[in-house]
Design a protein around this ligand. Sequence first.
Ligand SMILES: Nc1nc2c(ncn2[C@@H]2O[C@H](COP(=O)(O)OP(=O)(O)OP(=O)(O)O)[C@@H](O)[C@H]2O)c(=O)[nH]1
Ligand SMILES: [Mg+2]
Length: 327
Amino acid sequence: MAQRFPASYYVERLLAHDRLGLSRAITLIESTLPSDRELAEEIIQQVLPFSGSSVRVGITGVPGVGKSTFIEAFGTHVTSDLNKKLAVLAVDPTSQRTGGSILGDKTRMENLAGNKMAYIRPSPAGRSLGGVTRSTRESIILCEAAGFKVIFIETVGVGQSETAVNEMTDFFLLLMLAGAGDELQGIKKGIMEMADAVVITKADGPNMQKARVARAEYQNALHLFPHSESGWIPKVSVCSAVENTGIREIWEMLESYVSLTKNGTYFEQKRQRQNLHWLHETIRQHLLDRFFARQDVKTQLPELEKQVESGQKWAFAAAAELLKNSE
Ligand SMILES: Nc1nc2c(ncn2[C@@H]2O[C@H](COP(=O)(O)OP(=O)(O)OP(=O)(O)O)[C@@H](O)[C@H]2O)c(=O)[nH]1
Ligand SMILES: [Mg+2]
């Protein structure tokens, strides 16, 4: 088993903004061992009062859209031009690529990876979506306690992980390609609806014109969605991470969102709602895990599944049969 320290060690190191301490604390919260969980929860509880003061930004888009290159350029702007400490985390439950997509392509983030103002942490490998989201959610708190003022959470735009990332961030950025075909490139309407901004990537060279057209199209598409109670109207921007154009404007947009929502109560209320979401989500997940781990469920379920499939038994009756034992 990996080396463990008393809770006070992690708390002190985090509050001293020590990177090694942060890495060790994240490794601990990624563990599923019951003794580690207890220690992890104690640490999080203690640093909670020192968390919350960052801007949490979700970044998503289909594979190849340019997320890593964008994070490198955008992150360099945040750390080098704005002098803000940045943490980059990921929710990537599918990732088997050398322990996570972020480090897998370290070459695309060369600058950030070697930057003292930036901290990059890949998604824990080989875990379920529920496991990865819990770790990332807790890592946000640890990074904030360790003095990070901006947090990017990257995810791949292909499934449920966007919803989870949307539930842990203040601002949600969707990266899109221009002219890569309709159907919004397999991005589901629900994901578009979550976006606070759509960023059209690779707006350089021969792509420039297409990017401008796409911008107008997406702006129209976003207008059709119901307006958010925040009063924010989702924006579309274009950028080139390679030529470093449009990057500064995206940060300015983010700042105008933050000042708009902090001007009233929306910013804080959204975070409170998210906390409640994680409370309920954790309870739901725990009950589900316990239910499916039960011996009687494990033995009876396969047989009931067959009967339901063949029409011998009614689905609700079969479910009731299993559930009545837990009441
Ligand atoms: N011309 C141009 N190419 C870009 C730009 N950004 C990224 N690319 C290229 O697009 C390809 C994919 O970029 P990545 O940053 O790896 O994309 P990704 O979304 O992280 O991809 P996955 O990690 O596979 O999901 C690479 O070949 C990049 O060099 C850009 O601004 N302009
Ligand atoms: Mg990538």
